[in-house]
Write a protein that binds this ligand. Structure first.
Ligand code: MV4
Length: 447
């Protein structure tokens, strides 16, 4: 097994990876920016190296400094976590050139799945259902309009280099298409330096369902069930749950087999996520593949009993998966509430600052993945998520009840948080009746 791993991330996911390494007997190296000098991952790691100033481009996105830190500390592998460099082709390249193992997918997988139009083509060839839409990408609004007219409005304009909702635009009426396309294309050019776009039929009020995949370097590929990530605000997930109560065992097997087919079509290795849209008639369509560990991975860990970060590390070391698809059993129901330092009464504005008091909920089936502590100063430099509260229950009702109790116990003094917003969701009649889809937060919670 690896002797030392460098964690190229910060916050709760850096802690999460350090904890998995410690349990595997692996030494850890933390990297941190100047403003993160007192962050918990720095104190928890065996070694820590400052890689630059607060601004991400000069620290957590600074590939040269991260590779140098790995060389200086003789780290055999780098775990990028999620966000930052977790889907960076350049990091994958530099790791390969320097004989450092990147714990995650290979460069060609990141490239192929990072191009969302290419990913569609790969899936069509593999017989994976995709949303009706463009065969090829284009930056020509009139060519795109022809595709839109063929598939029929409403349509979704998407950026080839986008993903996660970035560079996406919904168009209901043909008369708006050209202008919306030109705007989306220029946003994509500005954000990703790529103005290639594609068009899909808009799936009305779908569920956003993602299947967790584990694939080793010996062509073994399994799925660990699904996560329902439909509750999103401005394409940021707010609350996720597993399993999705709309999916019965028959549909789960069918969608899981399709997710495995998608991963095999790519020749994928490591942990990955196949994203589907599930419509009201239970038709499902591939939309994206994420080639990284995801924020919401703990709810899958809770219902399957599998430590996904440890599995990623073992796969990267070349080990075979120790279990087959038949070994994977979904037990109970898990919910994750993202805890953000934001002022929900002030348009969810970030709320950085000093945490003067902090009490973590406890008891049966409660997990709090967070790097905050009493006396910790939340910087304004990075995103506002300060932790994830995850609960497990024998069924959805018990999980909801437990989550409400945990949110009531949680104390975070000194900053604003979205805890009350989470509580409102959990008390909402439509949520309790599981009558939710991707429009729920926009329609029901932002009135
Ligand atoms: C869609 C869609 C409906 N139809 N594509 C959002 C993020 C990215 N993973 C893809 N997403 C979607 N793609 C088609 N053809 C609905 C979503 C979607 C969504 C859209 C608007 C507001 C919230 C959303 C939450 C999840 C998924």
């Amino acid at each position: 097994m690896f002797k030392k791993i460098l964690i190229a991330n910060r916050g709760e996911i850096a802690l999460r990876i350090i904890r998995a390494c410690k349990e595997l007997g692996i030494k850890t190296v933390a990297v941190y920016s100047e403003i993160d000098e007192d962050s918990l991952h720095v104190h928890m790691a065996d070694e820590a190296i400052c890689i630059g100033p607060a601004i991400s481009s000069k620290s957590y996105l600074n590939i040269k400094n991260i590779i140098s830190a790995a060389m200086i500390t003789k780290s055999e592998a780098i775990h990028p976590g999620y966000g930052f460099l977790s889907e960076s082709i350049q990091l994958a390249k530099m790791c390969k050139e320097n004989g450092i193992k990147l714990i995650g997918p290979r460069e060609e997988h990141i490239k192929r799945m990072g191009d969302k139009a290419e990913a569609r083509k790969t899936m069509i060839k593999a017989g994976v259902p995709v949303v009706p839409g463009s065969k090829d990408a284009t930056n020509d609004p009139y060519k795109a309009l022809e595709v839109a007219k063929e598939i029929g409005f409403p349509v979704m304009i998407k950026a080839v280099s986008g993903g996660g909702g970035r560079g996406m635009r919904l168009v209901y009426d043909e008369k708006d298409f050209i202008n919306f396309f030109i705007m989306a294309k220029s946003e994509s050019k500005a954000a990703f330096d790529d103005d290639s776009m594609y068009v899909e039929k808009y799936i009305e009020e779908p569920r956003h369902i993602e299947f967790q995949i584990l694939a080793d370097e010996h062509k073994n590929v399994i799925h660990l069930g699904e996560r329902d990530c439909s509750l999103q605000r401005r394409n940021q997930k707010v609350l996720e749950e597993a399993p999705c109560s709309l999916i019965d065992d028959t549909l789960r097997k069918e969608m899981g087999d399709t997710a495995i087919k998608a991963a095999k079509a790519v020749g994928y290795v490591s942990a990955g996520t196949i994203e589907f849209l599930l419509d009201k008639h239970k038709n499902y369509y591939f939309i994206e593949m994420n080639t990284r560990i995801q924020v919401e991975h703990p709810i899958t860990e809770y219902i399957t009993g599998i430590d996904l970060i440890k599995e990623q590390i073992k796969i990267a070391y070349g080990e075979k998966l120790k279990f087959t698809q038949e070994d994977i059993k979904i037990n109970g129901h898990a919910i994750e509430c993202r805890i953000n330092a934001e002022d929900t009464n002030n348009n969810f504005a970030p709320s950085p600052g000093m945490i003067t008091d902090y009490f973590i909920p406890g008891g049966n089936g409660i997990r709090m993945d967070s790097h905050i502590y009493s006396g910790y100063k939340i910087p304004s430099t990075y995103d506002s998520m300060i932790g994830k509260l995850i609960v497990w229950g024998k069924d959805r009702q018990e999980a909801i009840c437990r989550m409400k109790r945990a949110l009531d116990e949680m104390v975070i003094i000194g900053i604003h948080t979205n805890i009350d917003f989470q509580r409102e969701i959990l008390n909402h009649e439509k949520f309790l009746k599981n009558e939710i889809d991707t429009s729920f937060i926009g329609k029901e919670m932002m009135k």
